[in-house]
Every structure is written in C-alpha cells, then in structure tokens.
Design a protein around this ligand. Structure first.
Ligand SMILES: N[C@@H](CCC(=O)N[C@@H](CS)C(=O)NCC(=O)O)C(=O)O
Length: 209
C-alpha cells in the first residue's frame, strides 16, 4: 500500500490527520506539486486526476479523493469512528463535511488559486490548465468570510462540527481554517464558539500530522 502525499498541501493533510486519529501508518511518497510532478506521465498513470492524495492498495486499486480514502480506512478499521455511528450521526457528519469542503476548502481555494502567481495557469487542479480569473479572487474572499460565519453558527450549540463527537467534518473544517491563513484570514475575534472549537481540535496530536 502507498499513499501519495505532498506535505505542504492542505488536502493530503486531511488524510494524514485522519490516519493519525486512527493510529494507522501507511508508507508515503511525496509528489512535488511545486515542480508539477502531479502532471508527469508516471503519476498520471497512477492517478489520472492528477491530484494528491491518492492511495494505491496492495492489489493495485487506486483511490483518489480525500473522503473516499478516509472511507476506505474507516471500513478497514472502524474505531475510533470518524464518520459517526448512528444513521443520523453518519448523515450529519457527511452533511457537514460536504458543507465545509464546498464552503471552506473550495471557497478559500478559489481566492488562493486565482491570485497567487505560481497558479497563473493552474487556477484549478487536474489535468487541464486553466488561467486565473481575477474576479474570482473577490468572490472567493467573500465566500471565505461567509465560511467563518457558517462555522460560528454551526458550533453555537455543540462541541464539534457535526455534534457531540470529533469527526472527519472537524478535520475538513480545521484544514479550511488553516488553509485560510495563507490568504491572511483568521477566525474573527468575536467568534467565540469557533475559537473554543479550534483550540480543542488543533491541540489534538493528529493536527500536527
Ligand atoms: N477533491 C480532491 C482535491 C485534491 C486536490 O485538489 N489536491 C491538490 C493539493 S491540496 C492537488 O493535488 N493539486 C494539484 C494541482 O494543483 O495541480 C480530493 O478530495 O482529494
């Protein structure tokens, strides 16, 4: 088994945190996104999406996409449960994970990738080159501000994003908060629920993964 990773990138980090929570160790190989190794034929032959993370199982099966990889490990080793336990919990974890992937990770990515020089022709990940669209920086920034509002509202009546237990939804939300720092965004001073939550999730040993 091998996990293709790139340590500085936010999406592979979500998988590393998930694995650390479960205490699972997997051999890893770095794909240097700075030198565009994800677009080289050797890597595209493994993962035609041209993205990391990507997991290759011992039988050669390739799993890309953070949540799919995490789902695999949850099935292999259910404890500790990071996708919820009861049917309702599982649905809520999936719901909040998806909300924060779209409104957190992707919103910040929109502002980031459309503004940073090294993504000039790489405004979206994947095989195709896409030029930056300056108007999307402003939209991404507006969506990032809204992400922080959403996070605060979500955490007003519960300790973790999807309820009473830490889950993959917290991993995605925390990775989003840390990703936003690259655009100089921080949890607003007055967002007490988010600050309390961030202090808790970011001090778990897995956050350093
Ligand atoms: N939806 C994908 C997103 C993966 C993704 O965008 N990964 C970035 C690194 S954070 C990447 O591989 N970028 C390659 C590129 O920029 O070409 C997932 O869940 O794995």
């Amino acid at each position: 088994m091998k996990l293709y990773d790139f340590t500085p990138a936010p999406n592979p980090r979500r998988v590393r945190i998930f694995l650390a929570e479960k205490g699972i160790k997997v051999p890893m190989e770095q794909i240097d996104l700075m030198s565009r190794a994800q677009l080289k034929p050797e890597f595209l032959a493994v993962n035609p999406q041209g993205t990391v993370p990507a997991l290759v199982l011992d039988d050669g099966t390739v799993i890309s996409e953070v949540v799919a990889i995490c789902r695999y490990f949850e099935a292999v080793q259910p404890e500790p449960r990071l996708f919820g336990t009861t049917p309702a919990e599982q649905a809520l974890v999936t719901m909040w994970e998806h909300i924060f992937e779209l409104d957190g990770m992707l919103a910040i990515g929109e502002a980031f990738r459309n503004s940073v020089e090294r993504f000039k022709d790489r405004a979206l990940p994947g095989q195709l080159n896409h030029p930056q669209i300056p108007a999307l920086v402003e939209r991404g920034r507006r969506r990032t501000v809204h992400f922080f509002d959403k996070l605060e509202a979500c955490l007003a009546d519960r300790p973790y994003v999807a309820g009473g237990s830490y889950s993959i939804a917290d991993i995605t939300a925390m990775a989003s908060v840390d990703f936003a720092k690259r655009m100089d965004y921080a949890i607003p001073e007055g967002n007490a629920h988010s600050r309390r939550w961030y202090e808790a999730v970011s001090s778990r040993p897995s956050a350093a993964a």
